[in-house]
Ligand binder design. Structure first.
Ligand code: GRF
Length: 200
C-alpha cells in the first residue's frame, strides 16, 4: 500500500504531532509525514519535528495582517513544494478560509478537545465543567467551512472527576488525544487512498 504524504500543522508544543510521528514509524501506518508547518516561528513542536528528521517550515501569519488568504496561498505553495496530499491540524490556532478548506476538502482533518458537536471553539474544558458534564473528551473531524463543524471521524471520552479544574481535565483528555489522533487519522487516510487509488 502506498503511504500518503502528510503535513502536520501546529502552533505550539506539538504533542499531538509527536504522537502522529510515533505512529508513522510503523510501516503499516497509511501516512508518511513529510512536513511540519507552524504559523508561530517559536513553536516548540518545530524542534521536536526537526529532531525527528522531518522537514519543517515556519510561516509567520503576522506579516500578512488581515489577509488570511495571502497567508494560506503561501502555505499552499509550501505544501505543494513538499508533495503533500493530506493535512492534519494539530493545535493549529488559525481559522482557515473557505478558499483553503474547499481546496483541501476530504484531505484536511483536525483534533478538537471536546465531544463535538458540544463546545466548538475555545475553553472547552472550562465549559464542560461549568455545565456539570459527567464525560468530556476529544474528536477528530474533517474540516469544513464552519469552525469545528465538519464530520466527526472518531471520538474518545474520559470522566469529569469531582474537583477537576480545566487544567486537570485537559491533561486527562490530552492523553486520549494522543491515542485517538493516530488511529482516527489512519482511518481517514485509508478512506482517502480508497477514493483516490482504489486501494484496499
Ligand atoms: C490540543 O488539546 C488540541 O486538541 C487543541 O490544541 C491542543 C494542542 O496541543 N486543538 P499540542 O500542541 O498537540 O500539544
Amino acid at each position: 500500500m502506498r503511504r500518503v504524504p502528510l503535513a502536520i500543522l501546529i502552533s505550539g508544543r506539538g504533542s499531538n504531532m509527536a504522537a502522529i510521528l510515533e505512529a508513522s514509524r510503523n510501516p503499516q501506518w497509511p501516512g508518511q509525514p513529510v512536513l511540519v508547518v507552524s504559523n508561530r516561528p517559536g513553536a516548540g513542536g518545530l524542534d521536536t519535528a526537526a529532531k525527528a528528521g522531518l522537514a519543517t517550515a515556519s510561516i509567520d501569519h503576522k506579516p500578512f495582517g488581515k489577509d488570511r488568504e495571502a497567508f494560506e496561498r503561501e502555505l499552499d505553495r509550501v505544501l505543494a513544494r513538499h508533495g503533500v496530499e493530506f493535512i492534519a491540524l494539530a493545535g493549529f490556532m488559525r481559522v482557515l478560509t473557505a478558499w483553503f478548506v474547499r481546496r483541501w476538502t476530504g484531505r484536511l482533518v483536525n483534533i478538537h478537545p471536546s465531544l463535538l458537536p458540544k463546545y466548538p471553539g475555545l475553553d472547552t474544558h472550562a465549559r464542560a465543567i461549568a455545565a456539570g458534564d459527567q464525560r468530556a473528551g476529544c474528536s477528530v473531524h474533517y474540516v469544513s467551512e464552519g469552525v469545528d463543524e465538519g464530520e466527526v471521524i472518531e471520538q474518545a471520552d474520559v470522566p469529569v472527576l469531582p474537583g477537576d479544574t480545566p487544567d486537570t481535565l485537559a491533561a486527562r483528555v490530552l492523553e486520549e488525544e494522543h491515542r485517538l489522533y493516530p488511529r482516527a487519522l489512519a482511518k481517514a487516510l485509508r478512506a482517502y487512498l480508497e477514493r483516490k487509488d482504489g486501494a484496499a
